[in-house]
Design a protein around this ligand. Structure first.
Ligand code: FES
Length: 234
């Protein structure tokens, strides 16, 4: 017998152990996310998947679904909270979308469009973050990091290399390269590592292919991220 919970008033079937987000996506229902990736355990850092489950705020990517649960996701209140989370991400890094190679393929930008973020709302922090162009094939622009740790996890758990790490806390938190020099060229990072292909924003960029796919023809130029995500998972 199928077990079910209610998502925005409609039933979603789930199997034991599936999180709210996993079950929703499997049922063709989109809950926004940034740090979640289907091939990795939940990370729970971005909070964009926030929902109300039986009246309490929870991360849909981390909480297992339970029979009869009442989950609210696509409501003005929850989407307003998601928008505020995005606004905080935009001001704590340096995100200059018009000049970014990832524009149109960037999940942060696409979430901001879909959640109708029209201003930064908070004061920009303008952190000073370096760019590392030392590697022959990869450019690192730390200004765009959203701390999802997908590159950290992919490099550690799949590539077996431990190339990246987050250091410090709060507004001083930032991504670093695990080398004494801090330079990517002093590691064995390779362009075909999974970590080189998993960044949802524009931190890890491949050299010599910039703008090969023109602006206007990119992942989120014609369809919102919710639609692209559901097409990819179907
Ligand atoms: Fe759930 Fe990031 S997707 S916390």
């Amino acid at each position: 017998m199928n077990r079910e919970f209610m998502l925005d008033g409609l039933p979603v079937a789930f199997t034991e152990g599936q999180t709210i987000l996993q079950a929703a996506r499997a049922a063709g229902r989109y809950i926004p996310s940034l740090c979640w990736h289907p091939d990795f355990p939940p990370h729970g850092s971005c909070k964009l998947c926030i929902v109300k489950a039986n009246g309490r705020h929870v991360s849909a990517c981390a909480l297992p679904a339970r029979e009869g649960m009442e989950v609210e996701s696509d409501t003005p209140e929850i989407n307003g909270e998601r928008r505020a989370l995005l606004q905080m991400l935009f001001v704590e890094g340096n995100h200059f979308c018009p000049s970014c190679e990832k524009s149109g393929n960037c999940q942060l930008q696409a979430q901001a469009y879909e959640l109708e973020m029209t201003s930064a709302r908070f004061d920009y922090l303008f952190p000073v973050r370096p760019v590392d162009a030392s590697h022959p094939d990869i450019l690192l622009d730390f200004n765009r990091c959203i701390f999802c740790e997908l590159c950290v996890r992919a490099s550690r758990d799949v590539d077996g290399k431990h190339i990246f790490a987050l250091t410090e806390r709060g507004i001083h938190k930032h991504l670093v390269v695990n080398a004494e020099s801090g330079r990517l060229s002093d590691t064995d990072f390779a362009a075909d590592d999974l970590a080189a292909h998993i960044c949802p924003v524009g931190v890890i960029l491949h050299k010599r292919v910039g703008f090969q796919r023109p602006i206007g023809q990119r992942d989120y130029d014609h369809e919102p991220i919710s639609q692209v995500a559901m097409e990819e998972s179907s």
